[in-house]
Design a protein around this ligand. Structure first.
Ligand code: COA
Length: 172
């Protein structure tokens, strides 16, 4: 479902889901980052129990020209329903949507690297940077950057520098 089709009531439900799943790790900026692309929503009865979205972002791999990739955001399963396969199914559906739109996807995760590896994602091995108004700055804290390549030739080397454009909140 496109972000434009998500109504205010569903947005409020989504924020509750994210706050439950991420706790105080989830900010208003993180919520904003989840919109502007395509969403997968999973309902159990009238309850929203799963979400994943992908938004277009400009990313530069090594010395390649800037390109638009899918950036996956706000993947969450209701804590009461975790471990039942909802997260995997949300991501499989989202990845099918991504495949029709973008040749490569990226995401940043703190704790769920193994969850994404099982879905075909690879860890980024190079350094990461952010292009800000005052220049390109290293992204110090990163270890959880991941990439999903439909064709390996799109991003042949995962050890080069990767740069994103700055945004409010976490750049990556
Ligand atoms: C990560 C998350 C979305 C997984 O959702 P889920 O519905 O519980 O996942 P599934 O039941 O589909 O699990 C799929 C597989 O991933 C594994 N897995 C689930 N969460 C994991 C995690 N945090 N780290 C590593 N592996 C994980 C499961 O064990 C399962 O493995 P199996 O297929 O071998 O049994 C969910 O735990 C969550 O909402 N966490 C809090 C928010 C968060 O961290 N989101 C991702 C940040 S980018």
């Amino acid at each position: 479902m496109a972000s434009a089709h998500i109504d205010a009531a569903t947005r409020a439900e989504l924020r509750q889901l994210w706050d439950r799943a991420f706790g105080d790790r989830f900010s208003d900026h993180d919520a904003d980052h989840a919109y502007g692309g395509v969403h997968v929503l999973v309902r159990a009865g009238d309850r929203l129990v799963g979400h994943a979205s992908a938004v277009p972002r400009r990313i530069r791999f090594g010395a390649q020209p800037w390109r638009t990739v899918a950036y996956v955001e706000a993947v969450a399963t209701d804590p009461d329903r975790q471990g039942e396969g909802i997260g995997r199914r949300s991501m499989e559906t989202l990845q099918a949507e991504i495949a029709t739109r973008w040749p490569v996807a990226m995401l940043s995760t703190g704790r769920a690297t193994a969850f994404y590896e099982a879905l075909g994602w690879e860890r980024w091995r190079g350094r990461s940077f952010t292009e800000t108004s005052s220049g390109v700055v290293p992204d110090g804290e990163h270890g959880g950057l991941m990439v999903l390549r439909r064709e390996l030739s799109v991003v042949p080397d995962l050890s080069v520098d990767v740069t994103c454009e700055d945004r409010p909140g976490d750049a990556w």
